[in-house]
Design a protein around this ligand. Structure first.
Ligand code: B3K
Ligand code: ZN
Length: 883
């Protein structure tokens, strides 16, 4: 396999101006013909034209209408090369034959539940026809689709429908034209038996846009929330960014077989059904929230990704980091900003920090890849979004908006780089950004140590920062980063002190703005060691550091436990209230882990339970915030902080604390469940979601007691639930304990929902993630369950992915979990390399464990590496994990 490097980027020798595609869809094979007008970049050049192609059967090639003979072009398994094309503009026509029915990789053109659909990002278009498959080739497309009318009554592609009609032999056709230039990764085609929910949106300029969400007819009733989300997203993008939709039609198609969440193809988004279909009875609040976020995300790509796209795939975060940031902001505005921030930061900590500390660590803009699909990562997406958020933190809302406006003004219709985005932000604000670009090129999570001291005589308060960026593969030595640290100071009553000025670098900078006091300020930490001294501080303050999580770092402060309890009770920055509780919980859990490892009896600090109890009972707090605040850090997060990850200790400690809390707060938890039941039907809004979240976490705690009273309560909630959010939470609560009731309720749930594959996937995931000892056997059995299918990514993510999410079972000391995953990966790789490669990633941090586990995991990786015909996808992850 060949590694591709950012530093090797070269401008293409040829541009494509227009591309006319014709698809003749068939049951055995599909013919694709493309007619491309080719323009040399440099006049008179006759450099070879190299086209990408994979799994294609070439039928014919014509240049300026003349068919080429065998020797006129070169063909290998990955390329079609014209060694000496005519100089000047010319027409290239290519016909290929492809086999979508046999395509299990779900990349290129494939079939899902009888319908044709495409997935071209990153490099799937080359599985449709020979092309310069790279995002800096932007062309205007037409697409003519021809198919059997009875089997495929609906024919869709990008842009506008300009012609349709019947043909001989029961066939028909549709001709689509996309007026916008686009890279081929945004091309899409759908053909099948689908029906649409239709609606419309009036843009702020008064244009009417038709909106259609396509599914098989029986699913149409479940598309209401998706349509609502789409309209909300269109409005929000106009209000917040001044960005209007640019065509008269916007289509969304839901398909059950899809490798990821969704795809932003120009005006024809294709979605995993999981992220479109929802009804109160079948989808949880988390599903509703995910649909809102992802519908928003794909829609927002129309400007950040499609109108302005990436020059090359190394720049992926240019569109993904930015668009994740936009969807996070959208969801914040539609619900609770604090709770959304807590969820996003948790996601970063649980998934991105470990990646950034392991063998697959890479910068937000990677330097190299073997298979681009492996770089659609939490680093590119979530850390990338944090990088965009830092611009906003530094520039303020208005400054950020000015930067965005300039970005579109400069680059609409272009394929650009992360530096172009940076430059727009800087130039629009005349900003001084020193070494900010390092966020794109240096991997690893910076650790920042903060020490504070108060000088009672001088009335000054000093914060000393010391930063360290850990070494990562290929980057042994790092430079200090530009870290925006948002800070406030609390007085002894818990109120924010007004901040007047700060000494830094030998100067006194004023903080107050226009004579108005300021209660939070952003310090720009840019050196390895640096001190900031606040002036006019009249009592010893408690500092609230990194408010709103203003930078993706690990913060280590010298705050005492009592300071943390104080912040938990008083901080005006709600994110930091939550964070104070998390820091306390992490410290506590690590202490107990050490006790557990030394076989000491475990004892829980009563102050901690007391703190949680007062949060639980505080009527002034948002219920969803309470639910987050009483949730303990996960086992993974704790293992991540240990020198040698010990899944058994992390698990035992978490179980112990949960039980203790449930015991001590049992009365409060029971009344929390009772007082937060639904009074009427399901409503998806913040208050109702918050109520359900709080009720469900209380129920989960109670079930940890495994006593008859709590089991009966959970059973009651299960039986009376009128929506999936509450029903599934009750099921999960009951399923915590390996009892007969568990088996009965799981069976009952399946028989209720076996007709609905999305609900059945929840049922698979719940069992797969279970911490019940020896669960690997159950999961093996579920592989043979009639509802399971290795070819469907959602099912794999639920069952196999779910299993790898249970540290005790996946990392079982007998190696049974590793062996199971090894076997599945080898099988899966032959079907769908992208999905197999995601699964094999569960092995990547094997060096974090003890010697026994290391040997067992390593043996599986080696077994995988020795498999014949291994895909490049799995090869890259497995070899880098071993390397
Ligand atoms: N851009 C797509 C991801 C494509 C992944 C290709 N392996 C979805 C998104 O981020 O919006
Ligand atoms: Zn995206």
């Amino acid at each position: 396999p060949k590694e591709i490097f950012l530093k090797d980027y070269k401008l293409p020798d040829y541009y494509f101006d227009t591309v006319d595609l014709k698809f003749s869809l068939g049951e055995e094979k599909t013919y694709v013909s493309s007619k491309i007008s080719v323009i040399p970049r440099v006049e008179g050049s006759s450099a070879p034209l190299v086209l990408n192609g994979q799994d294609l059967n070439l039928v014919s090639v014509k240049v300026n209408e003349k068919e080429l003979k065998d020797g006129d072009y070169l063909l290998d398994s990955r390329h079609l090369t014209l060694p000496s094309p005519p100089s000047g503009v010319f027409t290239l026509e290519i016909v290929t034959e492809i086999y979508p029915q046999k395509n299990t990789s779900l990349e290129g053109l494939y079939k899902s539940s009888g319908n044709f659909c495409t997935q071209c990002e990153a490099e799937g278009f080359r599985k449709i026809t020979y092309y310069q498959d790279r995002p800096d080739i932007m062309a205007r497309y037409t697409c003519r689709i021809e198919a059997d009318k009875a089997l495929y009554p609906v024919l869709l592609s990008n842009g506008n429908l300009i012609e349709q009609g019947d043909l001989e032999d029961g066939r028909h056709y549709a001709l689509w034209e996309d007026p916008f230039k686009k890279p081929c990764y945004l091309f899409a085609l759908v053909a099948g038996k689908l029906e649409s929910r239709d609606d419309s949106f009036i843009t702020r300029a008064g244009r009417k846009v038709s909106l259609r969400i396509w599914t098989p007819s029986q699913d149409l009733p479940k598309t209401g929330h998706a349509m609502h989300s789409l309209k909300a997203a269109m409005k929000w993008d106009e209000d917040v960014f001044g960005l209007e939709y640019d065509l008269d039609l916007f289509n969304i198609v839901a398909v059950p077989d899809f490798n990821m969440g969704a795809m932003e193809n120009k005006s024809l988004n294709i979605f995993n059904s999981k992220l479109v279909l929802a009804s109160p009875e079948t989808a949880t609040d988390a599903d509703y929230a995910a649909i809102l976020g992802v519908i928003g995300h794909e829609y927002f790509h129309n400007w950040t990704g499609n109108r302005v796209t990436c020059r090359d795939w190394f720049q992926l975060s240019l569109k993904e980091g930015l668009t994740v940031f936009r969807d996070q902001e959208f969801s914040s505005d539609m619900g609770s900003r604090t709770v959304k921030r807590i969820s996003d930061v948790s996601k970063l900590r649980i998934y991105q920090y470990p990646q950034d500390a392991g063998p697959m660590a890479h910068p937000v803009r990677p330097h190299s890849y073997i298979k681009m699909d492996n770089f659609y990562t939490v680093t590119v997406y979530e850390k990338g979004a944090e990088v965009v958020r830092m611009y906003k933190t530094l520039l303020g809302s208005q400054g950020f908006r000015k930067g965005m406006d300039l970005y579109f003004q400069r680059h609409d219709g272009q394929a650009v780089t992360c530096e172009d985005f940076f430059a727009a932000m800087r130039d629009a604000n005349d900003a001084e950004f020193s070494n900010f670009l390092l966020w794109y090129s240096q991997a690893g999570t910076p650790t920042v140590k903060v020490t504070s001291s108060y000088n009672a005589e001088a009335h000054t308060f000093s914060l000393k920062f010391c930063q360290e960026v850990p070494p990562t593969p290929g980057q042994p030595v790092k430079e200090p980063m530009f870290i925006p640290v948002s800070v406030g100071l609390l007085d002894s009553t818990g109120k924010d002190m007004p901040l007047s000025s700060v000494h830094h670098d030998g100067t006194l900078q004023s903080i107050a703005k226009d004579g108005q006091p300021v209660y939070s300020t952003v310090l720009r930490v840019t050196k390895k060691e640096e001190e900031f001294v606040f002036a006019d501080v009249h009592e010893r303050p408690i500092p609230s550091l990194l408010r709103g999580f203003s930078a993706p770092i690990r913060l280590e402060s010298d705050l005492a436990e009592s300071d943390l309890f104080f912040l938990l009770a008083h901080d005006s920055d709600e994110f930091n209230r939550w964070e104070a509780g998390q820091v306390l919980a992490r410290k506590l859990m690590l202490t107990l882990v050490a006790d557990f490892q030394q076989k000491k009896p475990l004892v829980l600090d009563p102050k901690f339970v007391h703190g949680l109890g007062s949060i639980l009972r505080d009527p002034s707090l948002d219920k969803e915030f309470i639910a987050k605040a009483i949730t303990l850090p996960g086992e993974g997060e704790i293992m991540d902080m240990m020198d040698v990850a010990d899944p058994d200790a992390a698990h035992a400690v978490r179980v112990f604390i949960r039980k203790q809390i449930a015991q001590e707060l049992k009365g409060d938890l029971i009344s929390t469940v009772e007082n937060n039941r639904s009074s009427d039907g399901y409503v998806f809004n913040h208050d109702n979601m918050a109520r359900r979240a709080l009720k469900n976490i209380a129920l989960a705690y109670l079930a940890a007691l495994d006593d008859p009273e709590c089991t009966a309560l959970a059973m009651h909630e299960y039986q009376t639930a009128t929506n999936m959010t509450e029903q599934f939470a009750a099921l999960a609560a009951i399923a915590q304990n390996p009892t007969k009731t568990r088996e009965e309720v799981l069976a009952d749930f399946y028989s209720k929902w076996q007709h609905d594959f999305l609900v059945v996937n929840k049922w698979f995931a719940l069992q797969a993630m279970s911490n019940i000892p020896g669960n690997v056997e159950n999961v093996r059995n579920l592989l043979n369950h009639p509802a399971f299918d290795l070819r469907n990514p959602n099912k794999v993510y639920s069952l196999i992915g779910g299993f790898c999410g249970s540290p005790v079972n996946f990392h079982a000391k007998d190696g049974s979990g590793y062996k199971f995953l090894g076997e599945v990966v080898v099988q899966l790789d032959k079907i769908n390399p992208q999905v197999a490669s995601r699964m094999v990633s569960a092995f990547s941090r094997w060096r974090r464990y003890d010697g026994t586990r290391q040997n067992l995991a390593k043996a599986q990786l080696e077994m995988i590496m020795s498999t014949n015909g291994l895909s490049e996808n799995v090869f890259e992850i497995a070899s880098k994990s071993l390397g």
